[in-house]
Design a binder for this molecule. Sequence first.
Ligand code: SF4
Length: 373
Amino acid sequence: MQHESPIKRRPSTRIYVGDVPIGDGAPISVQSMTNTRTTDVDATVAQIQSLEKVGADIVRVSVPTMDAAEAFKQIKQQVSVPLVADIHFDYRIALKVAEYGVDCLRINPGNIGKEDRIRAVVDCARDKNIPIRIGVNGGSLEKDIQEKYGEPTAEALVESAMRHVDILDRLNFDQFKVSVKASDAFLAIDSYRLLANKIDQPLHLGITEAGGARAGSVKSAIGLGILLSEGIGDTLRVSLAANPVEEIKVGFDILKSLRIRSRGINFIACPTCSRQEFDVIATVNALEERLEDVLTPMDVSLIGCVVNGPGEAEAAHLGLAGSKNKSALYEDGKRLKERLDNNALLDQLEAKIRAKASVIEQSGRIKINQIEE
Ligand code: SF4
């Protein structure tokens, strides 16, 4: 039941994206990015709201044109989750969205162009308390760095990142975070490890273009999981060729697996075999879907028989251990007198889990929907 994570986080400075703290021990935030046309305000707002509903702490929106910047203004007025504007090259767009209340700029200072333009963006960010994310990507390294290293290497990614970092240092601006993403998990891992020792700022983790929902989730879980287990990473995005809502869910599942941060129900279910006394797979799938709106962190074990059922149930907030006709129910590790009919589990289990979630929430032991300091 909600064991502490043994991970020791890398010390870092802290920035705030809107009201979300990043770095210096703040809970690791989970973000995603919209894939609607930003100029389609209604569709983008709807997508941001669906991301917020599944727990997104921060949402990034790409702002490629001045028209998109105008749309961003309207979007910003209709949502409450902090927004990062993704901008490449055009410093005027950065100034515009800053005026419209953006919470973070993803822009690489080295790509903005002339010194006066860089200074204009950085001064504006400083005045308005807007942090910057430097985002380096293995697929879009500067030409001279590509030539120097021949191929994207960790050193190449970090050299590129440090160019941008040095510009901000020179302008005395320290409110930034950095990402060095690559689609290869090992390259990303090596790059983040290297960078973690070079700067004090928080790190934004990601395995870029990780792939489709299944393979991309596995690759991200391995790449991000290794870094997170070493204490590296302060905010993350899982990049999937899938609905961005999946990115948030997978991001939380990664944090949940490492016991770093919980949101929603952690189902413990056995893989099933011929001993199962109720249909475990159908039950867990149906409950996952029915209970998507429950954000209270809690453990629910659904185990098909008495081989592992009682043991798992004893460690969960609620547990079901399959047995003939009627299965045994556990709450906070204790077996209850009440048993549930194996043929009518779903409605009863849903009601019991909801009731337990509200007890946990009301007990005030776990605050949800907010990032705690
Ligand atoms: S807990 Fe029971 S039903 Fe589930 S896999 Fe193990 S032996 Fe099979």
